[in-house]
Design a protein around this ligand. Structure first.
Ligand SMILES: Nc1ncnc2c1ncn2[C@@H]1O[C@H](COP(=O)(O)OP(=O)(O)OP(=O)(O)O)[C@@H](O)[C@H]1O
Length: 354
């Protein structure tokens, strides 16, 4: 295995005519790290990945592999393996011919190729399918071929653009484990693009959350989930309830009706937004008043949709146990939240205050 690269993106800019698709993106990736670009459709993930691969030009800034600027190095010289959404495997070639293709193109001696192909097929557990044509394979098997083909050349960097989006939900979950195990085993620096937040949380060492060509937050999955840097990230990753509040001297008046202490990391008075996960809200004797509008039994817990008297609709998850039954729709309820689990943002600047 060759040395796996570090990657540095330094103030990268991409324009399509007047439209700025990437606006000064910066981050660095450690060798062997699994790094995910996550964001809604059109935020610039694919544009950035294609720039790193060498398929898109760069209008500003630099991309470095290890300590070398690679802006103007041609794609085929960049020492990259790629896996795309649509597999992109050759339909007329068998599985092993597909995997051998990149090795032949790199002029690896013919005598070494069968063993390398066999190892790669073994890694993705499809050695038994070596002689099949792609049309004789399932979607998941085809994606394993694409994966074997990307790693057989022992690239210094593996790029994946929504590789699981053509697969059904169950297979997606299975294949993401295959990808993660393979990546760990090979310790290959990987950049992965997805718009699926659950997939990103499950698979990544770190995630860059993007919006409108900019990075909103870069952190581990745990940090992004527990301390989203702004309301956009809080709303995009998992489910968040947003409550309007006014803060004076560590006391929050929430939705204009319920007052509670709130701990902040900075001095702040004024309008704020509290973001709280459904699992951190609970029914209480006093609190925010509202009416249950929907209940969904989900096995471990019951999900309630509650319309607060302020008009704001929120979601609350209550753990199910033998003591409680599902509460009736139209029941009047009082709701509070675990204040140390809540994230508080300045309503104007969206800065995290807690
Ligand atoms: N060749 C192009 N010409 C003009 N605009 C483009 C071109 N390619 C992409 N764009 C625009 O740049 C923005 C970023 O596109 P990009 O494909 O990088 O988004 P994405 O985050 O990968 O989205 P998706 O998840 O839908 O693939 C979008 O607004 C898109 O319309």
């Amino acid at each position: 295995m060759g040395q796996s690269h570090t990657v540095l993106i330094n103030k990268a800019i991409k324009k399509y005519g007047d439209f700025t698709a990437l606006n000064g993106v910066e981050f660095s990736i450690k060798t062997g790290e699994f790094f995910t670009l996550l964001g809604p459709s059109g935020c610039g993930k694919t544009t950035l990945l294609r720039m790193i691969a060498g398929f898109n030009t760069i209008d500003g800034g630099e991309i470095l592999f290890d300590d070398t600027v690679i802006n103007s190095i041609e794609a085929y010289k960049r020492d990259i393996g790629m896996v795309f959404q649509n597999y992109a495997i050759f339909p007329h070639m068998s599985v092993s011919e597909n995997v051998a293709y990149g090795l032949k193109a790199r002029k690896i001696p013919a005598s070494e190729i069968p063993k390398l192909v066999e190892n790669a097929l073994d890694l993705v557990q499809i050695k038994n399918l070596a002689n099949r044509k792609p049309s004789e394979l399932s979607g998941g098997q085809q994606q394993r071929v694409a994966l074997a083909r990307a790693v057989v050349i022992e690239p210094g960097l593996l790029l994946m653009d929504e590789p699981l989006s053509n697969l059904d939900a169950k297979l997606r979950v299975q294949m993401r484990t295959v990808i993660r195990k393979l990546q760990r085993r090979l310790a290959i620096t990987t950049i992965y693009v997805t718009h699926d937040q659950e997939e990103a949380l499950a698979i990544s060492d770190r995630i860059a959350v993007m919006k409108d060509g900019k990075i909103m937050q870069i952190d581990t999955p745990e940090e992004i989930y527990t301390h989203p840097a702004n309301p956009f990230v809080a709303g995009f990753i998992g489910t968040s309830n947003f409550l309007a509040c006014k803060i004076t001297e560590n006391q929050a008046l929430v939705e204009g009706s319920f007052s509670c202490p709130i701990a902040l990391n900075k001095d702040f008075s004024g309008n704020a937004i509290i973001s709280v996960r459904p699992e951190h809200l609970f029914f209480a004797g006093t609190g925010l008043q509202g009416t249950i509008t929907m209940s969904t039994f989900l096995g471990d817990f019951i999900n309630y949709e509650i319309e607060l008297d302020s008009g704001n609709r929120i979601e609350l998850n209550e753990y199910a146990n033998e003591m409680n039954t599902v509460r009736e729709i139209t029941s009047r309820v009082s709701v509070q939240f675990i204040s140390k689990k809540a994230c508080v943002y300045n309503a104007q600047t969206e800065e995290l205050l807690s």
